[in-house]
Design a binder for this molecule. Structure first.
Ligand SMILES: NC(=O)c1ccc[n+]([C@@H]2O[C@H](COP(=O)([O-])OP(=O)(O)OC[C@H]3O[C@@H](n4cnc5c(N)ncnc54)[C@H](OP(=O)(O)O)[C@@H]3O)[C@@H](O)[C@H]2O)c1
Length: 396
């Protein structure tokens, strides 16, 4: 990569954050200016010791004292900022040109939007930002000249396959495209009978056969809600109607997605299932740089399979697809209900098989209009969360 880059990593202590730091380790022309965590002061302190950023944000202000103390005793000269409000500030710092948006869930929306408003190159792992506020994010990116580069492996694959891969171009980039196909590993329960879904434990749901990820996205991958959220994300990113975004189960996770063109050509991006590949692609874009991932050996690997998803056993995917069709505030409601449901499942308060029903009940209760402003999106997100928590409370 020819140009040096100054990077802020929102969510540096997570799975995407750790992979991003690993790529940066191998590419010293990248410099970390700021990083953040929610509660993990120990890991953030270690990361500050190694990468010496100018700023570190503890989103949970009660943990900022611990981080300051750890850095002071290690002699690290990083300014510690406390509270979620500071995330938006580091995302918009003038000395930062590239922002990795890798906070999990709705908590990442405001800082992602702040980076977009500041016209940064935004590497988007936090899909929930686009799910909740897709129109707002894309409109703002166009008006402020921000470049959005998807990090989700499927969207990054589509991005790489499009001839004019600049999300600011809107529908222009998919002018000769017939459809997008997002591949889906099928998760850990691809072949498990639905009758056994009641007894699934959080540990089983978090053991993904191909990808090593944070807990929330692992559960989303097990219910296939992740793929529903990704269809919504793709519709906004590439300005496509949901009817032209298909899902195909591909258990080997080698083909990361495909673009079908009107002349019958199909372009796909392949690689080992290693998030350092889309992360380094996004960091270096429009150039390339080493990622540290293993090279692919197609002759030595399993045969590649493709099959239709089973919407009966995985109703969360259907709920996501419905939300992609409806747009407006519906995706924000589904996202909020899903976050509460996943949290309850991880905490042993909701069975795996209860996740879809909870989302459906919340969606039926909350009427949805247009997602015109951040205020209305946050309001409906709050309503959906409150109602979802009430429903869980009634069940216990
Ligand atoms: N993991 C993957 O392979 C993958 C692939 C594609 C897309 N994504 C997307 O990337 C995003 C991150 O996923 P992940 O798997 O890296 O998640 P993760 O491992 O759970 O990490 C989440 C990060 O966000 C921080 N965080 C959590 N809650 C927060 C809050 N309320 N306020 C501020 N920061 C908060 C965490 O800090 P603490 O460590 O202090 O809790 C951590 O740094 C998600 O949107 C996911 O869908 C992930």
């Amino acid at each position: 990569m020819s140009k040096s880059r100054a990077v802020a990593i929102l969510g540096s202590t997570g799975s995407i954050g750790g992979n991003t730091l690993d790529v940066i380790r191998g590419n010293p022309e990248l410099r970390v200016v700021a990083m953040s965590a929610n509660t993990n002061a120990g890991l953030l302190a270690e990361q500050c010791r190694e990468f010496e950023p100018r700023y570190a944000v503890m989103a949970d202000p009660d943990r900022a004292g611990e981080l300051r103390e750890r850095l002071r005793s290690a002699g690290v000269n990083t300014d510690v900022l406390a509270g979620a409000g500071e995330l938006a500030r580091i995302a918009a710092l003038p000395e930062v040109d590239t922002v990795m948006a890798a906070i999990v869930g709705a908590a990442g929306l405001e800082s992602t939007l702040s980076a977009i408003q500041a016209g940064k190159k935004v590497l988007l792992a936090n899909k929930e930002s686009l799910v909740m506020a897709g129109d707002l994010c894309m409109r703002t990116a166009r008006s402020e000249g921000a470049l959005l580069i998807p990090v989700d492996s499927e969207h990054n694959a589509v991005f790489q396959c499009l001839p004019h891969c600049d999300t600011a171009l809107g529908g222009e980039q998919t002018r000769h495209v017939e459809k997008l196909v997002l591949t889906c590993s099928g998760g850990p329960f691809l072949r498990k009978p639905a009758a056994q879904f009641d007894s699934i434990t959080p540990e089983q749901a978090c053991s993904h056969p191909k990808w090593d990820m944070g807990a929330k996205i692992s559960v989303d991958s097990a219910t296939l809600m992740n793929k529903g959220l990704e269809v919504i994300e793709a519709c906004y990113l590439f300005d496509m109607e949901s009817e032209r975004v298909e899902v195909l189960v591909h258990p080997q996770s080698i083909v990361h997605s495909m673009v079908h063109f009107e002349d019958g050509s199909v372009l796909a991006q392949l690689g080992t299932p290693d998030m350092r590949i889309p992360i380094s692609c996004a960091l270096a874009w429009p150039e390339r740089m080493p990622s540290g991932a293993d090279a692919i050996d197609l002759a030595a690997g399993e045969p590649l399979e493709f099959m239709q998803p089973d919407l009966e056993r995985f109703p969360c995917l259907g709920l996501g697809l419905d939300a992609a069709r409806q747009r407006g505030l519906r995706p924000a409601v589904v996202n909020a209900a899903n976050e509460v449901a996943v949290h309850a499942f991880l905490g042993g308060k909701l069975p795996f098989s209860g996740i879809a029903g909870l989302i459906e009940s919340v969606s039926a209760r909350i009427p949805c209009g247009e997602a015109d402003s951040l205020a209305i999106i946050l309001k409906v997100d709050g309503l959906a969360r409150t109602y979802a928590k009430e429903l869980i409370h009634k069940q216990i």
